[in-house]
Design a protein around this ligand. Structure first.
Ligand code: DAH
Length: 339
């Protein structure tokens, strides 16, 4: 019997020493000390011994149980310690590894210029409004006095959805849209995408951006247009800038003008960019044609207005010295990073 006890004890101790997880230890404890555990069963089996043998044997079994319990507790400590060390090692942070670089996003140069322009005009009491890119031929052409046979209406220049609907070729239709539903005084700018059937090159793109301006009130004159635009150009490009009007023609303004500004590159001395004139063209403009006003239900005996329309892409290229329009649309990160 003693021999069997010894054998169980040795097996238990060996097994426990080999445990590497708390769950394994618990299993061993149940296996040897649990209700049906080997040592428990062994103790119960002592009923078969003679009364003389029982006390000595009982002591031996109890000593064996104690030894197992002590080892279980000690091994548990060891296992927990090992586990802790393993976790520490696993979760170790190497503070010498170089950090990840996060690249910071930037506003697109077009957005930057537009934001500046919006701020300037908002400072002058203008409101920023937007209109649809898919537009009726009526607003894009007819309401703006552009005759049926005008070349701009040609399918070679304009993307038509159907006979009556197209992709707007300029932001001017919004003059009509706003005047139809707003009573003067009106002071708005309308930025947005416009579309023309052009091939892509350094100065052309089938999609580009315009900013329309419109002011309608009592007693508005060409002088107001001149003063407003001059102030705008000085705020955007610097106080040294000058503007001048050149006679032009647009069906929806009378009189019409092209507004030129001092050449950025040569400050007026004459260079390649301004073709030696010292001036560069910035915007179409004029006094809103009375027929356009009347079509929108505005009383021309009381009100008059001026309008202008300029290319945001061009304004941006001039501002930052960008020499190829395509750069604004390709979204090459090496280009965009510079702004
Ligand atoms: N819409 C014209 C264009 O795309 C530009 C323009 C000219 C707008 C004169 C105007 C204006 O408001 O008065 O070429």
């Amino acid at each position: 019997m003693q021999q069997r006890l010894k054998e169980i004890l040795e097996r238990a101790l060996k097994e426990i020493r080999e445990c590497r997880e708390v769950a394994q230890l618990e299993k061993s404890r149940v296996k040897y000390l649990g209700k049906k555990g080997e040592l428990t069963v062994f103790l119960r089996g002592m009923g078969d011994l003679s009364p003389e043998e029982r006390p000595a044997m009982g002591r031996l079994v109890n000593e064996a149980k104690e030894e197992v319990e002590t080892l279980l507790a000690a091994q548990r400590e060891r296992v927990l310690q090992l586990e802790k060390e393993r976790r520490l090692k696993e979760e170790e942070v190497d503070i010498t590894v170089p950090g990840k670089r996060f690249t910071r996003g930037k506003r697109h140069p077009l957005t930057k210029t537009l934001d500046e322009i919006k701020n300037i005009f908002m400072g002058l009491g203008f409101t920023v409004v937007e209109g649809p890119e898919v537009e009726y031929a009526y607003y894009n052409f007819t309401a703006l006095n552009i005759p049926e046979n005008h070349p701009a209406r040609d399918v070679q220049d304009t993307f038509y959805i159907n006979e009556d609907i197209l992709l707007r070729t300029h932001t001017s239709p919004n003059q009509v849209r706003v005047m139809e539903k707003t009573k003067p005084p009106i002071r708005i700018i309308v930025p947005g995408r416009v579309y023309r059937a052009d091939d892509v090159d350094a100065t052309h793109s089938p999609v580009f951006h315009q900013i329309e301006g419109l002011v309608v009130d009592e007693g508005i004159t060409l002088g107001d247009l001149k003063g407003t635009f001059d102030l705008f150009v000085k705020k955007l490009y610097g106080e040294h800038m000058e503007t001048k009007f050149r006679p032009s023609h647009f069906p929806f303004t009378e009189p019409s003008a092209e507004i030129d500004a001092t050449c950025f590159v040569c400050s007026g001395a004459g260079c390649r960019v301004c073709k030696d004139t010292g001036w560069i063209e910035l915007s179409g403009a004029g006094m809103v044609h009375p027929e356009v006003l009347e079509r929108c239900g505005i009383d021309t005996t009381k009100y008059s207005g001026f309008a202008f329309g300029m290319g945001l892409d061009r304004l941006t290229m001039l501002k930052y010295g960008i020499d190829d329009l395509r750069l604004l649309f390709e979204n090459d990160i090496r280009f965009l990073k510079q702004f």
